[in-house]
Design a protein around this ligand. Structure first.
Ligand code: SF4
Length: 362
């Protein structure tokens, strides 16, 4: 930890570790729902500093990891069969599809380009008026608004050769789904700060009350995470089930209403397939009917998922808190970053990649 960044301050971190030890009287299972937090927990070895009674569970916090296999297969089809320019974040390229990944499809001649902002799609579509351009639009509420902005801009500029292949996931609804599962044994939840900055906190207030689970809005630096855990444990020990926001420097109660307005203008809630968790009603976003001309599956008539191979990856069990990366029989043996069997070993936000990179696995 560094002294210059107050949220990496070792002295403050030590105080929080001591405070967590002093308030913990019994076992608690705390879930993070953010790949960035999972990586910080592994990188700063925070789990080992916590009381042995506290177990950290890693929920569905990485959109790349939960993008369904068949959506990757569709992306490959658009690039190879339909000769479209496929635009994707770099993380997606090594996530396994049914037979191979986008990187292999690129080596087979697919015009697959890495982008750093979804807005790049507008320029690329304008520069290639005689080609179809497909934007692989993945993410949570954090990136859905900018994908919505791309659609609005494309509509305004009459760009007709651009469409979206969407895998957009809604975080509060998937947390509610997990909370409703009979085998969900989590006591407290660290709500991801960047998602809360967009959605606001009202949904979490409802969930805390309904499921008797305390939520703590948590950032990504080690001090943020320790503060989130401390605040959560304190609530549990006092039998309180509220939403607390120690990350108020970034998150307001109402969220970002402008971003949510743009998102809701272009997308509507829909059933979404989550890799490892299955198809869950109202946990994703799909284009509204008025923007269906921008739907790549509709444009290329790929409305039904292709058959997918059964996966040996147990990411779904990990996301439900029923397993950890280290309890996966493939971890660091058959599944490594250079030879991933599942998405969580590929993505920069994947929990298996975090365990592999930062924790001893020999
Ligand atoms: S180690 Fe590999 S196979 Fe096992 S859960 Fe993680 S990504 Fe999936």
């Amino acid at each position: 930890m560094s002294l210059s960044n107050p949220y990496r301050n070792a002295e403050y971190g030590e105080k929080l570790v001591k405070a967590i030890h002093s308030v913990t009287t019994r076992p608690w299972r705390i879930m993070d729902v953010c790949g960035g937090q999972a990586h910080a927990i592994a990188k700063y070895n925070l789990e080992d500093r916590l009381p042995k009674e506290i177990q950290i569970i890693h929920g569905p916090g990485c959109p790349v990891c939960v993008t369904p296999q068949y959506t990757i297969d569709s992306a490959i089809q658009f690039a190879l069969k339909h000769q479209a320019i496929l635009l994707s974040f770099g993380d997606m390229l090594r996530v396994p599809g049914s037979d191979y990944d986008l990187l292999k499809a690129k080596s087979m001649g697919g015009d697959i380009r890495i982008i750093y902002s979804p807005l790049d799609a507008l320029r690329i579509a304008q520069e290639n008026p005689h080609r179809e351009v497909v934007l692989f639009a993945i993410g949570f509420e954090t990136t859905a608004p900018i994908h919505a902005q791309v659609v609005l801009e494309a509509d305004r500029l009459s760009i007709r050769n651009l469409s979206l292949l969407t895998a957009l996931f809604a975080v509060p609804p998937i947390i509610e789904h997990l909370c409703s599962l009979p085998d969900f044994k989590v006591d407290g939840i660290l709500a991801a700060g960047h998602v809360c900055a967009i959605t606001g906190l009202s949904e979490y207030n409802r969930l805390a009350e309904q499921y008797h689970i305390p939520f703590t809005v948590t950032g990504f630096e080690p001090v943020d995470i320790l503060l989130g855990i401390y605040t959560n444990i304190l609530q549990l020990e006092r039998k309180r089930y509220n939403v607390e926001n120690p990350y108020a420097r970034m998150v307001s109660h109402g969220g970002n209403s402008k971003a949510m307005t743009v998102l809701n203008k272009v997308f509507q809630p829909a059933t979404q397939e989550w890799r490892g968790l299955g198809s869950i009603p109202m946990t994703g976003f799909t284009l509204r009917r008025s923007f269906s001309a921008f739907d790549a599956c509709r444009r290329f008539k790929t409305l039904h998922p292709v058959n997918c191979k059964k996966e040996s990856c147990i990411a779904g069990e990990i996301m439900k808190g029923l397993a950890t990366p280290k309890s996966c029989p493939h971890f660091a043996i058959g599944c490594r970053p250079e030879l991933p069997l599942g998405a969580p070993m590929v993505s920069s936000e994947g929990v298996c990649a975090a365990y592999y990179r930062y924790r001893k696995h020999a």
